[in-house]
Design a protein around this ligand. Structure first.
Ligand code: NDP
Length: 335
């Protein structure tokens, strides 16, 4: 039936994530497929056209992108650009009457995130954030354990997510404040923010933060090298979090009245492992991005809100900005 047709996705920005995760995932999706591309690099347009059999009429650049409004093959625009460009391309996609999936973090300011939501509302399109872990069985189990109080009330959370950026990364947008909006907090720490919120099933009431020491000033001229922060929830539950571009850490822990759980590796694409006070978690490692896009396409097709809506992206940008504000002056902030 026409209801069940696969939705066409156009990826915007053919960098590492589009190339190595999203395009391969779109070869396995059931509710959507790779219909088009938007790129500023003509050589990539040629290579992707050949590799994925993309017709010329479905290939755009950043200048002619708005003509996508006339393209019936494209139902969803997936914004996979540096963080500060998410707002512009989400708003242009909404004006072109396309549903939008936007990568994390949704935006680099609260105002931008609000403008994105408003543009999607006005143009009656849906907006979902690329929060792939909501589709992962290990993280779904953590949501269940925390939100449904399987081991009683949650008492504390710890979440660390860090990677060691190579010395040759000084040209990366990730260390450029203008394009990234911030450092590891925006890129990796957002997973800890998310995890604390979905363990509790709610947003924090306050945050405090401190920046770490800069030991590699050649890389971290504009954005933080590392950051420690705490998220305080109702009833005094604290999530202790850390993110860095100069360390290797990847875990999520929760402690409740009658038990505990731990994922580690927790946040990467592959090789997740988990255990609880009752034993090892046995879940398959799935192709998260395929499940994510299938889930999002299904919600768009049925006109149902996504489980990772733009409103959640805005909530998280508010938390990120409160964490930065606290790190700058040491004061407690209400997101
Ligand atoms: P890359 O640097 O690998 O790719 C970004 C692409 O954006 C470039 O290749 C380029 O594509 C395009 N681009 C357009 N303008 C610029 C510019 N001024 N500077 C740099 N690039 C530009 O980044 P990633 O693919 O790693 O990340 C993209 C987004 O995806 C980020 O928001 C990131 O947070 C998110 N991400 C999410 C992940 C997840 O697990 N959910 C994992 C990795 C990233 P072109 O040449 O086609 O124009």
């Amino acid at each position: 039936s026409p209801q069940k047709r696969k939705l066409g996705i156009a990826l915007v920005g053919l960098g590492g994530y589009s190339t190595h995760q999203l395009a391969p995932a779109l070869q396995e999706t059931k509710n959507c497929y790779l219909a088009g591309i938007v790129t500023g690099t003509p050589a990539k347009a040629e290579a992707w056209k050949a590799k994925y059999k993309i017709p010329d009429k479905n290939i755009y650049n950043y200048q002619n992108f708005d003509q996508i409004v006339n393209n019936k093959d494209i139902d969803i625009v997936y914004v996979v650009l540096p963080n500060a460009m998410h707002a512009e391309f989400t708003i242009r996609a909404a004006k072109a009457k396309k549903h939008v999936i936007c990568e994390k973090p949704m935006a680099t300011s609260v105002e931008d995130a609000q403008r994105m939501l408003e543009a999607c509302r006005q143009n009656k399109v849906q907006l979902a954030i690329g929060y792939r872990l909501h589709y992962d069985p290990f993280h779904q189990r953590v949501m269940d354990l925390g939100q449904n109080r399987i081991f009683g009330n949650v008492q504390s959370i710890r979440a660390h997510n860090a990677f060691d950026m190579g010395a040759g990364s000084s040209n990366s947008w990730r260390v450029d404040k203008e394009r990234a909006g911030g450092g590891p907090l925006m890129d990796m720490g957002i997973y800890c923010v998310q995890a604390a919120c979905y363990t509790m099933g709610k947003a924090p009431v306050a945050v405090t933060a401190t920046f770490g020491e800069v030991t590699r000033p050649e890389l971290f001229k504009e954005v933080e090298q590392s950051i420690n922060w705490k998220m305080e929830f109702e009833n005094g539950v604290i999530a202790e979090c850390f993110s860095s571009y100069s360390d290797r850490e990847d875990f999520l822990e929760g402690k409740a009245e009658k038990g505990w759980w731990r994922l580690g590796p927790a946040f990467g694409y592959e090789g997740k492992r988990g255990e609880t006070s009752q034993g090892k978690m046995n879940y398959p490692n799935i192709f998260e991005q395929a499940s994510q896009m299938d889930g999002q396409a299904e919600s768009f097709r049925n006109n149902k809100p996504s489980i990772v809506p733009g409103e959640m992206g805005l909530r998280d940008v508010k938390i990120l900005m409160a964490i930065y504000a606290s790190a700058r002056d040491g004061g407690k902030r209400v997101p």
